[in-house]
Design a binder for this molecule. Structure first.
Ligand code: NAP
Length: 281
């Protein structure tokens, strides 16, 4: 298959690598040049322009920052062959997904939203969850690629366009609130004179266990530079969640405020910095 992959960030680079592993013909493009070196060494073609990237494509995968970046890139896909399937794995929110499906249809292209659950480890291992919104036929056409980075039992169609993105926002809303909550537990412990190591050991056996299993080394070192999922992305996703809900998400809104506050010091670093920021107050 001739596959075009747009967006070679932390996740995109790993996901595109699986396309090559599977023997497909791969063309890549990234807004800032210089990211494709390893993929090119392994046989990918690097396009200098979006127009060049999508010419002759049978599938186009988007793995960009968020809805604004997709909105910028999508019109430039007009040179792709009619009927090409666009698989948008960017975390964007359901309303944007429906907007992009309409834009894609206007260009003669098909569109599914297929955001992923899991970070760089599962992306490298090909064990991500993939939450797909789109028609059954488009889902079937997307599957051979989605199975390259998704675990067999974690790739699923959850409804029409937008459904995958709605589910994905719920997943990340939970993560953001947990990171904020963990930080406040640490702050409370500190205010009450609880030993921090004892506290972290104890919280590790509670609902925070999953988060601490991944992020404790960063918290212990007070160093969040080994980013897997950036604070900037988390702030974007919490904002998307607050904007998408026709409901009062006050805990989510407070977590968003916290993430925004942490950005001043920790932009580009891992979202675990939210917990440190909340712990400091
Ligand atoms: N990291 C994770 O653990 C994780 C897990 C699940 C889902 N996601 C989602 O997956 C997506 C990618 O995540 P990531 O961690 O790979 O992000 P990342 O490392 O920050 O990479 C973002 C990518 O988007 C590109 N980009 C940003 N603005 C753009 C624009 N206006 N036009 C064109 N390209 C633009 C960047 O290009 P430049 O190189 O030019 O900046 C880069 O290739 C995001 O939607 C994120 O929410 C991430």
């Amino acid at each position: 298959m001739r596959v075009t992959f747009l967006g070679l960030g932390r996740m995109g680079l790993l996901m595109a690598g699986h396309v090559l592993d599977a023997g497909h013909e791969l063309t890549v493009w990234n807004r800032s040049p210089g990211k494709a070196g390893e993929l090119v060494r392994r046989g990918a073609a690097e396009a200098r322009t979006l127009d060049e990237a999508v010419r002759g494509a049978e599938r186009i995968v988007l793995m960009l920052f968020g809805p604004d970046s997709v909105r910028e890139v999508l019109p430039a896909l007009s040179g792709a062959p009619a009927g090409t399937l666009v698989i948008d794995s960017t975390t964007i929110g359901p309303e944007a997904a429906r907007e992009f499906a309409v834009t894609a249809a206007g260009l003669g292209l098909r569109y599914v939203d297929a955001p992923v659950a899991g970070s760089t480890g599962p992306a490298a291992d090909g064990t991500l969850g993939v939450l797909v919104g789109g028609s059954p036929a488009d889902y079937d056409d997307a599957l051979p690629l989605l199975h390259l980075w998704g675990a067999p039992d974690r790739v699923r169609r959850v409804g029409d366009v937008g459904a995958g993105s709605a589910l994905k926002l719920c997943v990340n809303q939970g993560l953001g609130v947990m990171a904020a909550g963990l930080g406040e537990s640490l702050r409370l412990g500190s205010a009450l004179g609880v030993d921090r190591t004892v506290l972290l050991d104890t919280l590790g056996a509670t609902a925070y266990g999953w988060l601490l299993a991944q992020k404790r080394p960063m918290l212990d070192a007070d160093d969040f530079s080994a980013t897997t999922f950036s604070l900037d992305l988390m702030a974007k996703d919490l904002q998307l969640a607050v904007d998408a809900a026709d409901a009062d998400l006050s805990v989510t809104a407070a977590s968003l405020e916290l993430a925004r506050g942490a950005l001043a010091e920790h932009s580009g670093e891992d979202y675990a910095a939210m917990a440190a920021h909340a712990a400091r107050g």
